[in-house]
Design a protein around this ligand. Structure first.
Ligand SMILES: [Zn+2]
Ligand SMILES: [Zn+2]
Length: 287
């Protein structure tokens, strides 16, 4: 397991590697453009080369890109759908230029419309973004299930993958907080095992490519996406130990998005996660 954090690339893409290194992260996740603006950031060949060089000299082993939150690949509005396609394709191409393990995407929202139709539309946009890029993986993230968001269940994630053509470049990013919010137990060994067997039946665990580790302010099935600092929420230290030590997750990058320093991740948070994982592993061994 490669434990790491979401970090900022402010001041230059390579700065994200520096920030990750300061935290002791083995994996980092970045936004490839300002998360509140549609305009893609154009990186020069020099920016990209500097990133690759910083990375090769660092302990950061895995890099993920998070597509920005404005995207709605399932939108009924042709302008939003077109902008989403442009931005997603751009993210995949940057991913290719920096050797990212994948681009993480919130699949979109049906808003108040029909979910099935939104899944079909999202599938078309995702398939087109894959066709317009070469090899970077796309990880669909499970969502907390607020409003009309797509990806609240393994069934919806499977339908999205099918609608997008079931390319081998499509994978899943599971978020511990979103799983709990959408009604999937992740805090006990048995509960998490049941959740993952449901995931296996619907999507296939071979599609599992990355993880977000976040504690949750609100409980099971709340359908609300409210992260808590690790160990302080409804998942808690014991639940996070279980999550981090699951054998299915062993080779995956896991990104902490919400830390204890006013939401930002600190080196102590990363250390805490290592400790919780070790605790979980010995607990499982003793059981
Ligand atoms: Zn996300
Ligand atoms: Zn979230």
């Amino acid at each position: 397991m490669l434990i790491g954090a979401h970090v900022s690339p402010a001041g230059g893409l390579y700065k994200a590697i520096e920030r990750g290194t300061e935290l002791g992260a083995e994996a980092i996740q970045i936004f490839n453009q300002s998360p509140r603006m549609w305009r893609p950031t154009a990186y020069s060949e020099d920016d990209l080369a500097r990133f690759r060089e910083a990375r090769s000299e660092s302990t950061v082993e895995a890099v993920l890109i998070h597509a920005v939150y404005l995207l709605n690949c399932g939108s009924e509005d042709p302008e939003i759908a077109a902008k989403s396609l442009t931005s997603l394709t751009h993210s995949l191409r940057i991913g290719e230029a920096i050797g990212a393990s994948g681009v993480v995407l919130h699949p979109g929202s049906a808003k108040t419309g029909d979910v099935g139709a939104a899944i079909t539309r999202a599938g078309r946009v995702i398939a087109e973004a894959l066709a317009e890029s070469e090899h970077c993986e796309l990880h669909l993230e499970d969502t907390a299930g607020a409003g009309g968001t797509l990806g609240r269940s393994f069934g919806e994630l499977a339908a999205l993958i099918d609608a997008a053509g079931a390319s081998s470049r499509l994978g899943l990013c599971l978020d511990s907080c979103h799983l709990l919010a959408s009604g999937y137990e992740v805090r006990t060994v048995d509960g998490l095992a049941r959740t993952l067997s449901e995931c296996d039946a619907a999507v296939g665990l071979t599609r599992l490519r990355s993880l977000h580790l976040n504690d949750s302010l609100i409980g099971l099935g709340s359908n609300r996406d409210r992260h808590a600092a690790p160990g302080t929420g409804e998942i808690g230290a014991d639940g996070l130990s279980v999550f981090l030590s699951d054998p299915h997750f062993e080779s995956l990058p896991v990104v902490l998005e919400t830390g204890s320093a006013d939401g930002a991740v600190s080196a102590a948070d990363i250390e805490l996660l290592h400790g919780l994982r070790t605790r979980g592993l010995s607990m499982r061994e003793a059981a």
